[in-house]
Design a protein around this ligand. Structure first.
Ligand SMILES: [Zn+2]
Length: 432
């Protein structure tokens, strides 16, 4: 692969960030008046100024003064769809029609734009949980070779689903045991970072069933075993208790959404959840457009609709039970934009009983563990990649400060800043 040093352009190389309130992403309490020292692409020190190495010799242009602001790890949105295109006006049929009719060039350009929109909001790592074709795998490699500015991408390529199953329009349908194994192998062959399976139907896909598993436990187990044999994690989309039970029995590494829909309504199953926790599985909870919008508008819990209240009540119960919960946006599913991911955290604090530190942990250190990149990123500590988000304001004074990134660093370089946010296709700064 060709390494084009500095092709991310005009981006400044930073050696010191100082004076902000530091949240390191491990779940530890904040450190006031902190210093982060960066050597090349890695963090050499992150902690209190009193113990920091001297940095008087570092030129001003290589320093960022975070006084009055917050320093935290670049965020991880562990469930996005870069080839979808649902902005605020779109609905599911419109999204699907576009996926089906757009050519591969349009889809590729959309994916680039989406990846950069994430970066502008301080999201330095994304995991694409299902795309049309293989574009996300190629984009990942182009970003890593510094050909295109963008976040670190983990991609599954296409998700495995049944004929008529959820997201069948992305292109990878498999029905029998033999076919699901072949599907998992084919994604690994293309370089997928993990294997994604649609364990139940989905709301976006007409003629699928969100309440029932799409596969037998034996078929799901085969996929998990095949993924593990090939050195990859396996994660499953599931919307119902029946789906979650099948995922538990098949021993997936993670369950995406983990909703508790049933034909009778929302039905949280405490004993099943307890078994999922005992099995050590991670859970990815979706806080997307409707949750983000309520948080932005400062809607009170009582004003939320019943569906949202149910969602937060089970989220709180799952947390109290000790579940390993990662928060994600599912952008760009309808009414959800990549840039609004920070407001998923605001929603977690406002409605989900999260402390600010816990909410940040759920999208940094814990998310990195859940997707297997904790050696590389997720916390601000010596040896980790210098993926850093510097906020204008203090998140402990007002959590909405998370939506106002001042500087976004990847590998020690400023790759987005306030100016870049305004330049994304939404055209609107996050804090507007
Ligand atoms: Zn999704």
């Amino acid at each position: 692969m060709i390494e084009i040093e500095g092709a991310a352009g005009q981006t400044a190389e930073i050696r010191v960030i100082h004076s902000g309130n530091l949240v390191d992403g491990s779940g530890a309490p904040p450190v006031p008046d902190a210093v982060v020292i960066i050597e090349g692409r890695r963090i050499a020190y992150a902690g209190p100024r009193a113990q920091a190495p001297a940095f008087d010799d570092v030129p001003t242009e290589s320093r960022l003064d975070a006084a009055g602001g917050t320093i935290l790890p670049g965020l991880i949105d562990s469930h996005v769809h870069l080839t979808f295109n649902a902005r605020t006006e779109a609905n599911s049929p419109a999204v699907i029609r576009q996926i089906e009719t757009d050519d591969e060039f349009q889809i590729a350009i959309r994916a680039v734009q989406g990846a950069q929109a994430c970066l502008s909001a301080g999201v330095t790592t994304i995991r694409d949980c299902g795309a049309k074709g293989l574009v996300t795998l190629r984009l990942r490699d182009l970003i890593e070779s510094a050909f295109i500015n963008g976040p670190r991408i983990l991609a599954c390529g296409m998700p495995i689903t049944t004929t008529a199953g959820h997201c069948h329009w992305l292109g990878l349908q498999a029905d029998t045991e033999e076919e699901v194994i072949r599907a998992a192998r084919s994604m690994a062959k293309e370089g997928a970072d993990f294997i994604k399976v649609m364990a139940t139907g989905g709301g976006m896909t007409d003629n699928s069933n969100i309440f029932e598993p799409q596969y037998t436990v034996s078929q799901l187990s085969s996929i998990v075993q095949e993924a593990h044999r090939l050195g990859r994690r396996a994660t499953a989309h599931s919307h119902s208790g029946k789906g979650q039970r099948a995922c538990l029995e098949a021993r997936f590494d993670m369950i995406e959404h983990c909703n508790w829909h049933s034909p009778e309504g929302w039905s949280f199953d405490e004993s099943l959840m307890s078994d999922i926790i005992q099995a050590g599985m991670y859970v990815g909870i979706t806080l997307s457009g409707p949750q983000q919008t309520a948080a932005k508008r400062e809607t009170s819990f009582d004003e939320l609709d019943a569906a949202q209240q149910d969602r937060y009540q089970s989220l709180q119960e799952m947390r109290h039970m000790g579940a390993k919960i990662v928060l994600h946006s599912d952008a760009i599913a309808p009414i959800t934009c990549y840039e609004d991911f920070p407001f998923s955290l605001v929603a977690a604090v406002r409605y989900g009983g999260y402390t600010v530190v816990d909410a940040i942990h759920a999208v940094t250190g814990l998310a990195a563990e859940a997707i297997g990149i904790e050696e590389e990123t997720g916390v601000l500590a010596e040896g980790k990649a210098a993926d850093v988000l510097v906020l204008d304001g203090d998140v402990f004074a007002d959590v909405r400060a998370i939506g106002a990134p001042k500087w976004v660093l990847r590998n020690g370089r400023v790759v987005a800043s306030q100016g870049y946010v305004a330049a994304t296709t939404s055209g609107v700064p996050l804090n507007a």
